[in-house]
Every structure is written in structure tokens, then in C-alpha cells.
Write a protein that binds this ligand. Structure first.
Ligand SMILES: [Zn+2]
Length: 357
């Protein structure tokens, strides 16, 4: 089969219908800002990039990760008009249509993965809402209802003959739900870069997985202001050698854009240029390890200006295109840079128990 285009973007206006109320950071405006950015950089006109509508997931897709009772609870709660679902303080705001939209979020990610697996595209990104990486089997959490990326990984392992999946989570928050789902599973190498000591508080250096999954979970809890130079050093010097030993058949990316220095919820220091560099690295390792196949799944990212440049920068890198991004790499205060490099050394030491590094 001939590849139709380099990069598939899965997007639909259905994702604007998950309404979270005024002043909620996880708003439909996020996706509008991304689409505006893609148009501004004229990326949607490029033959290397294709946009397609999502499909709706089936209930049995959700059951790959979530319990029947939990799925029913979310559906009933939304159909009764919505409100705040979940534990006090970290509940997820839902409207009547949120369950339906969440089905399209899962379906959009599965389409993004299947169209790459089927050879139609080399890589893909699902620009979806609501996000997913905080949701666990029976619990909504941190703006997330269903764990889109965990469902995609299970789908690949169970239905598409994939043996090993690498999940790279570069959202500024630890993907506690994703790690929990695969905590004891050695088929999934989960690597997270997140800001230390912020929500949800999980993802310490020592959280390496349990049972057969021990050594297959890797966490970089980073200090504020951490910039792309540190990310790339960690990716190249710590993650890459382990990846070559793990030999993934597919790569999934929890594509958070809240590590951008403008983000109002977090304090990390990536620039839009840095996002392009990180996605360039992903494209490069995918080339070697999976024949180029990977799928990015939108998670957080709450500053509209940052979204409108960081996402185009990432997508251009995915498609192998060069665009002029007007942003500046941030300098780190010396003591924080040293702290960040200390985290890398610490992770390396912990991982040396399991991998040749
Ligand atoms: Zn986040």
C-alpha cells in the first residue's frame, strides 16, 4: 500500500461539545487555538498532512481498560445533565454530551493508531477532548474521563498483534492513570517527564513498576523551569539506550503541551521550538525502531498562545517539515539546572538495575 500522507491529524468539531463551564482551563477554546495555529502556519494546506474526522468508539473499546460499572456510571451521570463527577477537589466537570464526546475521543485515538498500522500514514496525532492520562480503571480524575492512550495501547496489544508499546508522556503532570493500568505489564514501557510536586503527586524516581512490570516504568520528576536542553539530554542519554533494548513495535505519545513556559497551571520551561525538537527526536527513534510508526494523543496544555505555536511546531516535525516558530528557548537558573541534571543521574542509577545503561 502506498502511504497517502506523512502525518494524519484526527480532529472533529464534536470535541468542542464537552462543555466544562466558564473559566475552566480544559475548555473547547484549546482546540480552537490549535486549529487557528495550524492554519496560521498553513500546515493544513501541505500535502504531507491530512485531516480526518474521528469515529465513535464502541463500548467494548472502553472495556479494554475500564470496568462496565464505571462506564455505565459516566454515561448515566452525563445523561442526567452532568455536573462534577468524581472525588472532591479533583472531580471532572461533565455536561450532558460529555459521554458521547468521550466516545469520540477514544474512537479518534483508535482511528489515529489503526490508520498508521494499516499503512495509510506514517504517523498521526489525535487532537481530542477530554484528555485521558489521569483516568484509571474506575476513576475519573484531573479533567479525564476515559484513558484514551491506555485504551489505544491495549487495542494494539490485544487486537493488532503488537508485542511491545513505548508510551512517552510529556504532559507536565504525571500520567498516574496510565502508569496504574500498566504497572505490572512488561509489554508497556512507560516514560514520564513531569513537574515534581504538582498534581497528581505520583511519579517519583523510584516508581518503576511492580511484579513483572518492574523496571518498565520510568519517571523524571523535574524542577520548575526545566527546558528542552534537559529533556533532549534525558531522551538521548537515558531513554534512547533503553528503547533500543526494549525494541517497541509501536510508540504512543501522551502529548501534553502544558510544559510550555506560558502555561498557567504549571512551571516547566519548554518553548514551542523545544516541542518541535522533541517531536523530531520521536520521529527519529520511530524511524529506527518502528519503521516510523507513532501516534500522539493530546492531553493537557492550557495557554492558547502556547498551543497555537507549540502544536504546529510538533506537527511540522512529525511531518518532516520546517516552519519558522517565533518563540524563545528559556534559560534555566543555574541551581535548578543542576537539580534537573541530578534527576537524570538518579533515574539512570535506578534504571541501571534493569537495563544496560
Ligand atoms: Zn497536564
Amino acid at each position: 500500500m502506498v502511504v497517502e500522507a506523512e502525518t494524519l491529524i484526527v480532529y472533529g468539531d464534536i470535541y468542542l461539545r464537552h462543555l466544562t463551564g466558564l473559566d475552566h482551563p480544559e475548555s473547547p477554546g484549546r482546540l480552537l487555538a490549535i486549529m487557528r495555529g495550524l492554519k496560521r502556519f498553513k500546515l493544513l494546506e501541505r500535502p504531507e498532512i491530512e485531516v480526518e474526522e474521528p469515529e465513535k468508539a464502541r463500548l467494548r473499546d472502553l472495556y479494554l481498560v475500564h470496568s462496565v460499572d464505571y462506564v455505565r456510571l459516566v454515561e448515566d451521570f452525563c445523561l442526567k445533565g452532568g455536573g462534577i463527577l468524581g472525588t472532591w477537589g479533583s472531580g471532572v466537570v461533565c455536561c450532558r454530551e460529555s459521554f458521547e464526546v468521550a466516545l469520540y475521543a477514544v474512537g479518534g485515538v483508535l482511528k489515529a493508531v489503526d490508520d498508521v498500522m494499516d499503512g495509510r500514514f506514517r504517523n498521526s496525532i489525535a487532537l481530542i477532548r477530554p484528555p485521558g492520562h489521569h483516568a484509571s480503571r474506575d476513576l475519573p480524575y484531573g479533567f479525564c474521563l476515559f484513558n484514551n492512550i491506555a485504551i489505544a495501547a491495549k487495542h494494539l496489544l490485544k487486537r493488532r498483534g503488537v508485542r511491545r508499546v513505548f508510551i512517552l508522556d510529556i504532559d507536565a503532570h504525571h500520567g498516574n492513570g496510565t502508569q496504574e493500568v500498566f504497572e505490572e505489564d512488561p509489554r508497556v514501557l512507560y516514560v514520564s517527564f513531569h513537574q515534581d510536586r504538582i498534581f497528581p503527586g505520583t511519579g517519583g524516581i523510584g516508581d518503576v513498576g511492580r511484579g513483572e512490570g518492574e523496571g518498565f516504568k520510568m519517571n523524571f520528576p523535574l524542577p520548575p523551569y526545566t527546558n528542552e536542553q534537559v529533556y533532549l539530554k534525558a531522551l538521548e542519554e537515558v531513554v534512547e539506550p533503553i528503547l533500543r533494548q526494549f525494541k517497541p513495535d509501536y510508540i504512543l505519545v501522551s502529548a501534553g503541551f502544558d510544559a510550555h513556559y506560558l502555561d498557567p497551571l504549571t512551571g516547566l520551561g519548554l518553548s514551542s521550538i523545544g516541542y518541535g525538537m522533541i517531536y523530531g527526536w520521536i520521529r527519529y527513534v520511530a524511524e529506527e525502531l518502528t519503521g516510523g510508526m507513532f501516534t500522539a494523543v493530546l492531553e493537557g496544555g492550557y495557554d492558547e498562545e502556547a498551543l497555537s505555536t507549540a502544536v504546529p511546531s510538533a506537527i511540522a516535525a512529525m511531518a518532516g517539515l520546517k516552519i519558522e516558530v517565533e518563540d524563545r528557548v528559556q534559560r534555566m537558573p543555574k541551581y535548578l539546572e543542576e537539580a534537573a541534571l541530578g534527576v537524570l543521574e538518579e533515574v539512570k542509577k535506578v534504571m541501571a538495575k534493569y537495563w544496560d545503561i
